[in-house]
Design a protein around this ligand. Structure first.
Ligand code: ATP
Length: 432
């Protein structure tokens, strides 16, 4: 529909970026390829008014697909159509960008002019494998436009950047390169590695880690890329590759993946799984716990305490993460000094109940084994124990609601936790 509408207006429409790469990668493979994100570029204009071409095509599509939401990003003349509940895919995005090249004051049927416009658009992209276009309009519809050797790089399984300054222009591309390399099992091409190295050594990340330097747009994009990495199934290999390239410096210049942090990260995975299972078994809702967020917090917790809050804010983590990291050192000191002397379950509960599960996991990972075990026992066995009688039972037993109510319930909980009372009848005796 979009390409017919473009043809009618004398424009050219291309499928670009990740969808072209994924289609080429899927060639000859069995199974279904799901593409949730479709990037289109329209160009070939002959009048200034055509700069809104992307928006116009998106509106044509929306007339046909009325259940799609239309978003227009004026400054860049791009339009996005979004299906939140697409019948076959969970969600579907179609972005239509108007090629930002100036219009040509004559019909752009001239292939050289046309090629130079889409070529420039593709040249602004990150890697050769992401810089190919598939023409959707005739003549020559279905033709692959591959100016930079993307297809050869796909075949050779290599991530190659388009120009030497690419990483200086946009350091998030280092993260993207790592993500694509690990996700597809590709190697980062040797020159590209050298450019990454050069960019990092020339202080490209200083912009994001220095005090008082505000580059929120870059930080937002870095956070998005980092989140993609730490939430992907291949996060361990990706972090390792980032570290090998020296790119973890983007989080903080002192951050390195040493054997301790690697061990903690592995242990964290186990703890999260066991914890979530134990919540399920006890049929309790676990507190909001995103494994990717925990992984990032653990990386930041590996830094000296004085850097943690600033790094968490730079990465625009959620307020609960920032607060946790801010108070972590203090909480850890308290737990490590007081928990060893807590022998009774009620004493453990009394000390730990003011902390949420993610906090306790971070503290546990950074504590000696004996402390870790007690925290663990608390999280999986004690945290959700309820007194054997509740407020309603007390009322039925003739107690009037009063401040002493809470004290009685606390005493009942202590007795329940420590095994002094084992069932309801013992609880009633206990009250008497
Ligand atoms: P994925 O399958 O992970 O979504 P993708 O290639 O579609 O991969 P997007 O982030 O959706 O990734 O980006 C779409 C396209 O936009 C990319 O293929 C690339 O051509 C271009 N692009 C995205 N980010 C950058 C960047 N930082 N620098 C240059 N080009 C970029």
């Amino acid at each position: 529909i979009a390409s017919q509408a473009a043809e009618k207006r004398g424009w050219h429409l291309y499928l670009v970026g990740g969808a072209v790469r994924d289609l080429l990668l899927a060639e000859g493979q069995t199974g279904t390829l799901m593409i949730n994100d479709i990037d289109l570029v329209v160009d070939g204009f002959h009048q200034a008014a055509d700069v809104g071409a992307g928006v116009e095509l998106a509106k044509v599509l929306q007339e046909v697909y009325q259940n799609a939401r239309l978003e227009i990003h004026g400054a860049f003349q791009t339009a996005a159509l979004l299906w939140h509940k697409h019948p076959e895919l969970n969600s579907l995005w179609v972005d239509i960008a108007t090629s930002r090249t100036e219009f040509y004051p004559y019909p752009a049927a001239n292939p050289e002019v046309e090629a130079s416009s889409i070529r420039q658009d593709l040249y602004r992209r990150d890697f050769t494998i992401n810089a190919m276009a598939l023409r959707l309009t005739s003549p020559r519809s279905g033709e692959l436009l591959d100016f930079f050797g993307g297809l050869l790089d796909l075949q050779a399984k290599e991530i190659r950047v388009l120009h030497p300054n690419s990483f200086i222009e946009d350091p998030t591309r280092i993260y993207r390169g790592v993500r694509f390399a690990v996700r597809f099992g590709f190697a980062i091409e040797q020159r590209t590695k050298e450019y990454i190295n050069y960019a990092i050594n020339s202080g490209v990340y200083d912009r994001t880690t220095q005090e008082n330097v505000k580059t929120p747009a870059l930080q937002t994009r870095l956070k998005t890329e980092l989140k993609h990495i730490v939430e992907a199934p291949y996060w361990q290999s990706a972090l390792q590759l980032l570290d090998d390239l020296g790119a973890l410096q983007c989080i903080h210049p002192t951050l390195k993946l040493d054997i301790y942090i690697l061990r903690e990260l592995r242990l964290l995975e186990k703890l999260i799984i066991i914890y979530l299972r134990s919540c399920e078994k006890q049929q309790i809702l676990h507190p909001f716990l995103h494994p990717w967020q925990m992984r990032l917090e653990l990386l930041i917790a590996h830094l000296e305490p004085q850097y943690r809050t600033k790094v968490a804010k730079n990465l625009q983590l959620a307020d609960d993460s920032i607060n946790r990291l801010k108070k972590l050192a203090e909480m850890q000191t308290e737990v490590i000094s007081l928990l060893p002397s807590c022998e009774l379950p009620s004493q453990i509960v009394h000390l730990l109940k003011k902390y949420d599960a993610p906090t306790l996991m971070l503290v546990a990972l950074k504590s000696p084994r004996q402390v870790r075990r007690k925290i663990w026992y608390y999280l999986t066995n004690l945290a959700n124990v309820q007194p054997l009688l509740n407020g309603n039972d007390l009322k039925q037993l003739g107690y009037k609601p009063s401040p002493i109510f809470k004290q009685i319930l606390d005493d009942l909980l202590t007795a329940t936790l420590d095994g002094t009372i084992k069932d309801e009848s013992e609880a009633r005796e206990f009250l008497a």
